[in-house]
Design a protein. Structure first.
Ligand code: UD1
Length: 428
């Protein structure tokens, strides 16, 4: 079982380049199958979720060709199968985008119910409500979601909860429908705008993405396109916190600073200096960190996917902080692991009360999910002594070349096969 070994308490210093947005890629790659031609997608992050998604698309008959590590050619002209099995899909929740894309193009799709991170019950009722409003019949049978329509007709859909997944999935299903679809109470995350921009570059007619009302005028067909995915807001935020939690000086590059505003604002409230450039942000942490309160919210609020990373840094301030999770009901399980590293966090319902401690200490800990794993890595970077982290497979779902990037800014981090393999670990 692979493990990350981190010798912490080292100030991180330097530049780290941010990869393409995983959550945008998870929607844009399936969106490419809506065209009747070839699409070339650039800035595709090299992470396990994407590899699994592309394998499942091959199962449909899509020809996938890697032009380089981050550039993928998608040829959807010979799709011969409209069913995605559980084997491919159990690991990634975003498999449900294939449902919207296949339904939109072929008026038929059968996709296993999604898996993904265990951070709450995560229903998909709003996706199904949207498909049904467009005229599809949707059944859940033998672990599969089966959607069929004789035709899809545009309509008004008001989402009961602000859902990123439902907003994107309804866009995918509606783009080739006849007439106009309006999604109200739509999510506004940067990757929703990215998916809409990609669809429009293929000839779709989508307006309002990035606001809470999206209008999709159905078109007859979509053509091929070349498209570059936006940078990953959460990866960038994670490295910003890496700089801040170690009292370091780290610049994240190839980013869109506007997407980072909620994270930058909270770090500067803690006393971290944030310098913004056109496509980079520099984080300098020379002063002791102040305690603050944070609440996760849909974009442009503070992202739930940065909650564990932020909790990790709040555990090192000089006072009491409160973290309120308002999106997912089960996203604090990792706090037990942080407490094993000397943090003092008490969780009550959707709130964590974090008493800052002067020093975290290395321990043997386990990552329970992707972003929690990132939070634990950050705590380990700041902790005195050695931390061994299992559950690395979760972290690999969403962070490209994690240890290389961290080593590039001075971290002492290695991946080992098991404990016995630690002999290769060199103290820098
Ligand atoms: C996406 C992101 C995930 C992020 C989340 C919130 C991807 C692949 N994943 O997940 O990393 O944490 O947005 O920013 O982009 N809900 C319902 N019914 C539904 C759909 C959602 O009740 O049909 C609820 C969820 O349980 C949750 C809330 O709505 O409480 C938001 O979920 P949603 O925005 O849909 O998250 P995902 O798209 O699954």
């Amino acid at each position: 079982m692979e493990q990350l070994v981190i010798k912490g308490n080292v100030r991180l210093n330097g530049e780290v380049s941010i990869s393409g947005a995983k959550n945008a890629a998870l929607a844009i790659l399936p969106a490419a199958i809506l065209s009747n031609d070839v699409c070339v997608i650039e800035n595709v992050p090299c992470v396990n979720d994407i590899k699994i998604l592309l394998q499942s698309m091959e199962q449909l008959g899509v020809l996938i060709q890697y032009i380089d590590e981050h550039k993928v050619k998608i040829d959807s002209r010979n799709i011969h199968n409209l069913k995605i099995d559980y084997d491919y899909i159990k690991k990634i929740r975003a498999s449900y985008y294939l449902l919207g894309a296949l339904l939109g193009k072929y008026k038929e799709a059968e996709v296993a119910l999604p898996g993904g991170c265990n951070i709450g019950s995560r229903p998909i009722d709003q996706h199904i409500k949207g498909f049904e409003a467009l005229g599809a019949n949707v059944d859940v049978m033998h672990g599969m979601i089966v959607a069929k329509a004789s035709q899809l007709i545009g309509t008004n859909i008001f989402l009961d909860v602000v859902s990123v997944g439902a907003t994107i999935n309804i866009m995918l299903a509606a783009v080739l429908a006849s007439g106009t679809t309006t999604i109200e109470n739509a999510a506004k995350e940067p990757h929703i705008v990215d998916v809409a921009n990609f669809l429009n570059s293929m000839g779709a007619d989508i307006k309002g993405a990035g606001t809470d009302v999206i209008k999709i005028n159905g078109v007859k067909e979509l053509h091929g396109a070349e498209y570059m995915i936006i940078p990953d807001q959460i990866e960038a935020g994670t490295y910003m916190v890496a700089g801040a939690i170690t009292g370091g000086d780290v610049t994240v590059t190839n980013i869109i600073p506007k997407h980072m505003e909620a994270i930058s604002a909270k770090l500067s409230e803690m006393g971290v200096v944030i310098e913004e450039y056109d496509e980079a942000i520099r984080v300098i942490a020379n002063e002791p960190l102040k305690n603050i309160h944070v609440k996760t919210l849909p974009y442009p609020g503070f992202p739930t996917d940065m909650q564990p990373q932020m909790t990790a840094i709040l555990s090192k301030t000089s006072g009491t902080s409160i973290m309120t999770e308002s999106i997912f009901e089960n996203r604090f399980s990792y706090t037990n692991e942080l407490n094993r590293m000397g943090a003092n966090i008490k969780v009550e319902g959707n709130t964590a009360v974090i008493e800052g401690v002067a020093q975290l200490t290395g321990a043997e800990v386990s990552a329970p999910d992707l972003r929690a794993g990132a939070g634990i890595v950050l705590a380990a970077l700041a902790a005195k002594g050695e931390t061994t982290i299992t559950g690395v497979e979760y972290i690999d779902r969403g962070y490209e070349h994690l240890e290389n990037k961290l080593r590039g800014i001075g971290a002492n981090v290695y991946r080992v096969l098991d404990k016995a393999d630690k002999s290769i670990f060199k103290v820098v």
